[in-house]
Design a protein around this ligand. Sequence first.
Ligand code: PEP
Length: 256
Amino acid sequence: MNLEEIKMRRPLIAGNWKMNGLTADGRALAAAVAERAKAGDPGCDVLVCPPFTLIGAVGAALTGSPVALGAQDCHAAVSGAHTGDVSAEMLKDAGCAFVIVGHSERRADHGEDDATVKAKAEAALRAGLTVIVCVGETEAERDAGKTEAVVARQVKGSLPAGATPANLVVAYEPVWAIGTGRTPTPADAQAVHARIRAELKGLIGGAADAVRLLYGGSVKPSNAKELMGQPDIDGALVGGAALKAEDFWGIVGSYA
Ligand code: PEP
């Protein structure tokens, strides 16, 4: 990868709020992030992904700021008899530009396999959203030396048809690092990101060099800069630290 190719990947810091926040909390957090974003270009794109119930309120609070709005999941179908689900078209209609699919908590809690994740990712593209496809190994898989094989299989199985650097982001989130305070070393994370990019190259060719690859799992202001400094890490998917504007902005500040 040459310098020009690296430069064309504008980093992305994405906050995954998970199942947290009532309306007042969501509004206040979004307003605090928007306020900081209005102060000047942070050197990266910024995205927040609140729970479904807060999409309207958060979207309103972000108005006039460069912070993008996303959701945490979608159904594969456009509409129909799917009680409790939300389609990608509904998310687009509600103001979302992004949707996360295949988060390990969805894979574990809802039994989502690669085929399901791929169908959801294709729904996202159909609706005109940018999709963030999550992959990552469990601790047992890492201990068994299977990290790269697992992640490569997930990328291959979850990749939507029609993926381009403009509509696809891949997030590498080792399951054992999510919410635990543990992270891989920056070098270990970089090695997996490089493997993901190589896998993408086999699937979509040279365009893979322009696809943004995020690291996720216990990112905080104190460890972000070193992780974000790796050549194939183009930003972060942030859980816990995205719930406090100061911490989230501290991570965004890696690109200052
Ligand atoms: C996540 O669940 O996407 C995540 C990265 O969580 P945390 O930052 O809390 O580890």
